[in-house]
Design a protein around this ligand. Sequence first.
Ligand code: ADP
Ligand code: MG
Length: 326
Amino acid sequence: MSRPAPLTEAAIIERFFVRPARRRDVLLGIGDDAAVTRLAAGHDLVTAADAIFEGVHFPAGTPARAIGHRCLAVNLSDLAAMGAEPLWATLALSLPAPDSAWLREFARGFFALADAWRVALIGGDTVRGPLGMSVTVHGRVRRGRYVPRSTARPGDGLYVTGHPGDAVAGRLLLERSRGGRAAAQLRQRFLYPQPRLTEGRLLVPLASAMMDVSDGLHDDAGKLLRASGLGADLDAAAIPLSPALRAVAGMPRGRLLALTGGDDYELLFTVPARREPLLARAAQRWPCGIARLGTVSARPGLRWRLDGRRYRFADSTFRHFAPGRR
Ligand code: ADP
Ligand code: MG
C-alpha cells in the first residue's frame, strides 16, 4: 500500500476541499486562479465575511467537526439576517500544523452544513499560522428584496427566533464535566449553531428590519434600534428561554445569559403591527418558534421591564469570558 502524500498546501486542497461543484451557476470552482460564478438575472448579490480564531471565538479543544460547521454557520447566519439565499463560499484556512485526522473532521463539519443548504465551496487559501479561518459567503435576493437593520419604525413589534442564551451556556459548559441531557443539549447549541436561513427568507415580505444575534439580545437589540434611530420598550419575561437553559442555569441567570451572552445566531427582527397576524400564522410552522419581546419606540434607548418594574442588569456580565471578542 502506498503511503499518503505529505500534506503540502496542494495536497490539503486536493484531499479535503476539492469536490464536484453541484451547482450549475459555478462556471469555475477550486483549482484556477479565481472562481467564476453566474448570478441569475433579476437578483442582487449579498456578501458576508466572518473570521473565527481559536482562543477568541472558540476554546482550544473544540472538536474539528464543530469548527468546520461553525466557520460556515456564522456566515450563513449573516445571509439569513439579510433574507438571502446562500450560493457560494470561500474558505481561508490557517493551520499551525496540518493533521489529516483533524482536516477530515473539519471538512466533514463544513460540508455537512454546506450540502444541507446547497452551498458550493469555490475557492480559498491555505496557510500556516494560528488555528483560525475566514469564510466569505455569497448569496442572492430578488432585486432589492433584502432586509436592512436600519428600517424599523415606531410601533413595530420586536421579535426573536429560537432560544437565546443556550449557546453561551453551552460554551461555559464545555469547560465543565456536568452530565445530563440538558447540559449536552446546550453544548450542542454552542457547537452546532443552526443558521435561520429558511426563516430569514420567509421574513423578507414581513420584517421591516432584521439582524442576527451574535453578541447577546441586549447588545444586538441596541444595535438594531440605533441603526434605525429608535428605541424600544421590552419585556424581559418574554425572552424565550429553553427548558434546558432553565434547568441548568436557573433564574435569573438564564435570563441574564440570554441578554448578555452571545453566539446564539438567532434572528432579531421588527414587524409592522398590520403584518403581525401574518407573522404569527407563518411562524406556527417554524420549528425554532418566535417570541415578541416588545415594541419599537421613537424614544432612543432600550427599556426592559420585568413584572411591571424597570429591569436593570449589568450589561457586561459575560464579556470577560471572551476577551477581545470582535
Ligand atoms: P493561488 O496561489 O493562485 O492563490 P493556491 O495554490 O493558493 O492558488 O490555491 C489553488 C486553488 O485552491 C485555488 O482555486 C484556491 O481558491 C483553492 N483553495 C486554496 N485553499 C483552499 C481552501 N482552504 N478551501 C477551498 N479552496 C482552496
Ligand atoms: Mg493562494
